[in-house]
Design a protein around this ligand. Structure first.
Ligand code: BGC
Length: 925
């Protein structure tokens, strides 16, 4: 079924059909013909991977001017799009006849292939739009039309909603409120015996919802809808249910659970937003004759308790298969014993479009081994710390209760280490109905685990009793990194697993203990790495609204977003409200996103100004977490606050310049200089020592541009001296770690960076890898041979923050980065760093403009550097060669080349500039 998100086709095929074609062509075309087939000359360029608001064929768009994007790929060097034409029609038939009744852009002279705003006038609610695009190449030759893509407007106006919020009375049972069954809700409706052209289910919940129509699930989405600040808004999902309908009687069924709204969230919060969940749904059937039938949630719906005896994110889910009601969501089922639902008087809140990939099952992990550390307790190892649920397969007599426990680690005796789950027992139970095999997976909870313990089974289970079902926001993988050292590859894998599990509707800190919140500090230190792993444009488009919703009226950003009882104004945490929009703008060239968040960014700076003493953040530092979980170093918190105040101010000045607000740009540039002066006056000594003398304080000063000239050189020296004095070990926590390797490389200290990267004694990244980590640990000393596990009061093994070194692996080690002033990968820098005893590294990123890549390898004849630049982008390539005479490209000297221009050397290395295409440099010894 189609829904308001991406299709299930393989990522590469969806995003870059061109490239898939190239691969299959390669198999049978002789090389010269292949080149001719791939070159655009004579045929023009064909756009592919058409998307609207970052999503493929989305339903339920609510933007006034939805933005379109496409990819133009070509293997021809120096190729570029010089213009485009978009045709948007209300039907495929119109579009096939090249009639753009909604929008015919005409030829637009532009290199833009993303963020192209629909300019065909106001789109009404429910308007379907089929569109295609063609582009002109650099020589002005038009290419063929792309394949058609589709988007559809949602319910744009509040009055489009005819539905009422409904609830059941089940959650009001006195006694143990958290242990109540998940209700089944149902309603019948009729579909006329005439052709149906469209059937959409628009739905949202305060809590979690899932739907069935005539006995079939309507969507692959889970844990829907998205988590928001429910006081401010909820998010609507839209499902195409056309294929499930039949003429005559139909039934819609729903389940409704507590989730983030009324279950446990964070540490100790229960029913934070409301006491019990509620549902709002509207099913619209449109016929070929233009008429419409509508079914809405109202008092006619009926409900009864279902087989899920209770469910909660922290506690787990309990299911009694004996209580299943066959065919409850189908016709022919007698619901007269069910009770009527109640209408709920809910506060009016915007019901916004989904705008991001939904949460879905994104993978499966079969169990690798099973052991029995104590009698009748079977412990399965999935080989990977993951986020999601277990799919259980069991054959047992009716009434058997199987208990499923989850753990990230094992105790030395092989039993489950669950102490670090704190107030999140994470126990699922399944009561068998008999006559198995029975297959079950929880519907409304998730856990963080690698190990699974089953107990209560009548006999030894097979390995297939447990499958890990991986759940997360269905963001698409966009970056791949690999190198010659498998430990670094494991580190990269750990970084990605941390992201894929913890990006679950919002960027969470961890998935296993009673926390799982949108911690802002974690999000900001990792965001740059995140954009290097996956396409997170839509994910952040949604979450940054949560960030603004959380912001206090006085301008303070919070510690967690959605705001859930935490503090505000904390340096480096609250600053996510500036750093994240800026980083996302740079990654995707998304000016509109920057524009929308700009006022909130400014309010934060002004809050900092009024909560400082002479521009020093001497007070009101909220949670004041400092360089959280630093190892053997104590960076003064006031200096962190002041440094971040300066940094965020500088970013706001840059944002103002991008948005054409020159007065603001000047104002915040000036403020930055003033904070910098105050920082120097308070913390920087004449010998360049900065108060605290920690790696973190030097890293901030260098990264944020707070020291100049000699003081800058001294700061670099002090930083490197501290690293060396610790035997090439880091001392940074969440804050400092994200700047550590990038700052070293930016200051000609690659050698120190490599020593830290390759370090495998405590504390270091490879220390955890050496000790079997499959995700990034929350703390450097989560487990050590000397002390075993750290205190279970705070010891997560799946926290991505310390994995923010990914950014350096991609941008510096492999060497693919954007130029400092670039946004949306228009200007690229390829600058590989060769070192650490590595013999090769490569990184490829599907940018908003198409694939970009950098790969290097050390061979007997020197170093090879291969790179790919997207159509229309340009790159500076910095090669590991002292002079151009020792470099060839595709076997030809650099002299007298028109496609490669020599630039002034960078750091004593040969630098050239190239346009789009793929290049093979060989740098001789
Ligand atoms: C969370 C962190 C968060 C921190 C604030 C912790 O409990 O797990 O990741 O940033 O609190 O210091």
């Amino acid at each position: 079924m189609k829904e308001n998100a991406r299709s299930s086709a393989p990522v590469a095929a969806r995003k870059f059909p061109h490239m898939i074609n190239s691969v299959s062509l390669r198999a049978w075309l002789p090389a010269p013909l292949l080149v001719a087939a791939l070159c655009s000359t004579g045929h023009g360029l064909t756009p592919s991977a058409l998307r609207c608001e970052y999503l493929t064929d989305p339903l339920g768009i609510q933007e006034e001017a939805p933005r379109l994007s496409w990819i133009v790929a070509s293997e021809e060097r120096g190729q570029a799009q010089s213009g485009y034409e978009v045709l948007a029609a209300s039907s495929p038939e119109q579009l096939a006849q090249d009639r753009g009744d909604l929008w015919a852009s005409g030829k637009v002279a532009s290199a833009d292939s993303a963020q192209v705003a629909f300019a065909g006038g106001k789109l009404a609610s429910r308007q379907a739009c089929v569109w295609k695009v063609r582009v002109w190449d650099r020589s002005g030759q038009p290419g063929p039309w792309s394949a058609a893509a589709h988007f559809e407007m949602g319910l744009v106006k509040p009055e489009d909603w005819q539905a009422h919020w409904i609830e059941t009375s089940i959650q009001n049972t006195n006694g143990k409120p958290e242990k109540h069954p998940v209700p089944l809700l149902r309603a019948g409706f009729n579909v006329a015996g005439k052709p149906v052209t469209r059937a959409r289910l628009y739905a949202t919940a305060l809590g979690l919802m899932s739907f069935e129509v005539n006995g079939h699930r309507v969507s692959r989405n889970v844990l829907a809808p998205e988590w928001t600040d429910y006081r401010k808004r909820s998010r609507c999902q839209v499902y195409d249910v056309g294929a499930l309908l039949r003429s005559g009687s139909n039934v819609i069924g729903a389940q409704l659970a507590n989730g983030w709204y009324s279950g446990h969230i964070g540490n100790g919060h229960f029913r934070y937003w409301g006491k019990q969940p509620a549902l709002l749904a509207q099913l619209e059937v449109t016929y070929a004759d233009g008429s419409t039938d509508r079914l809405v949630t109202d008092g006619s719906w009926r409900w009864a308790p279902g087989p899920i005896a209770s469910t909660d994110f922290m506690l787990g889910e309990n299911y009694d298969a004996r209580l299943e009601t066959p065919a409850w969501s189908n016709t022919g089922f007698d619901d007269h014993a069910w009770q009527p639902v109640r209408l709920r008087d809910e506060l009016a809140r915007p019901i916004d479009a989904q705008t991001t990939e939904s949460v879905r099952v994104t993978g499966e992990l079969p169990a690798k081994s099973v052991s029995e550390p104590s009698h009748d307790r079977w412990v399965f190892d999935l080989g990977q710390n993951m986020v999601g649920v277990v799919r259980l397969r069991v054959t047992a007599p009716v009434g058997t209760t199987v208990t499923i426990r989850h753990a990230e680690m094992l105790n030395p005796d092989g039993a489950m280490y669950v102490a670090n789950l704190r107030g999140a027992p994470s126990i699922d139970t399944y009561i068998c109905k008999g006559g198995g095999p029975e297959i079950w997976q929880p519907a409304f909870t998730f856990h963080g685990f690698r190990y699974v313990e089953l107990s209560g089974l009548p006999a030894k289970p097979g390995l297939d009793a447990v499958t890990g079902v991986v759940i997360g926001s269905d963001i698409q993988r966009a970056g791949t990194f690999t190198c010659s050292d498998e430990r670094i590859d494991r580190l990269q894998s750990n970084i990605w697993w941390g992201q894929r599990g913890n990006y679950l509707s919002v960027p969470t800190d961890c998935p296993q203990r009673d926390e799982r919140l949108g911690w802002m500090g974690d999000a900001q230190v990792f965001v740059r790495t995140a954009t290097g792993n996956a396409d997170v444009a839509a994910f952040f488009t949604k979450w940054l609204v949560d960030v603004d919703d959380a912001q206090s009226a006085n301008g303070a950003f919070t510690d967690v977003s959605p705001r859930a009882g935490s503090g505000e104004g904390t340096p480096a945490w609250a600053d996510a409200g500036v750093i994240c929009p800026w980083t996302v703008y740079r990654a995707y060239g998304d000016r509109r996103l920057l524009e929308r968040h700009y006022p909130n960014m400014v309010r934060w700076i002004e809050w900092c100004r009024t909560h400082s003493n002479g521009l020093i953040r001497a007070k009101d530092r909220g949670g004041d977490y400092g360089d959280w979980l630093a190892q053997g170093a104590n960076t003064p918190k006031e200096a962190i606050g002041t440094a971040y105040f300066a940094y965020s101010t500088a970013l706001v000045a840059k944002a103002a310049a991008v948005l054409g607000k020159s007065d603001d740009a000047a104002k915040y540039d000036r403020l930055f200089e003033e904070i910098k002066t105050a920082f120097n006056a308070h913390y920087v000594k004449p010998d360049g020592r900065i108060e605290g003398n920690t790696q973190c304080v030097y890293l901030m000063a260098l990264k944020f541009g707070l020291v100049d000239g000699k003081l800058k050189d001294f700061a670099v020296q002090h930083l490197v001296a501290d690293i060396a004095a610790r035997g090439y070990h880091l001392s940074t926590g969440f804050v400092g770690v994200s700047y550590l390797l990038p700052v070293l490389s930016a200051n000609n200290q690659d050698e120190a960076a490599f020593k830290l990267l390759m370090q495998d004694t405590f504390p270091s990244w490879l220390f955890s890898v050496k000790n079997g980590a499959t995700t990034i640990w929350e703390r450097w000393d989560g487990w050590t041979p000397e002390h075993g596990f750290q205190s279970p009061t705070m010891n997560s093994f799946n926290h991505y923050s310390l994995g923010s070194c990914g950014e350096w692996l991609y941008a510096s080690l492999a060497g693919l980065d954007q130029a400092p002033e670039s946004a949306g990968w228009r200007r690229i820098v390829i600058h590989p760093r060769i070192g650490g005893g590595l013999t090769r590294a490569s990184y490829r990123l599907d940018t908003i403009r198409g694939p970009a890549a950098s790969a290097w390898s050390v061979a007997a004849d020197g170093v090879h550097v291969d790179c790919t630049i997207p159509v229309g982008s340009t790159a500076m390539v910095v090669l590991p060669a002292a002079g151009p005479q020792s470099v060839t490209e595709s076997g030809r000297a650099l002299e007298n080349r028109t496609d490669i221009k020599l630039l002034t050397p960078v750091e004593g290395k040969t630098a050239v500039s190239v346009e789009s295409g793929s290049y093979r440099f060989q740098c001789g010894r």
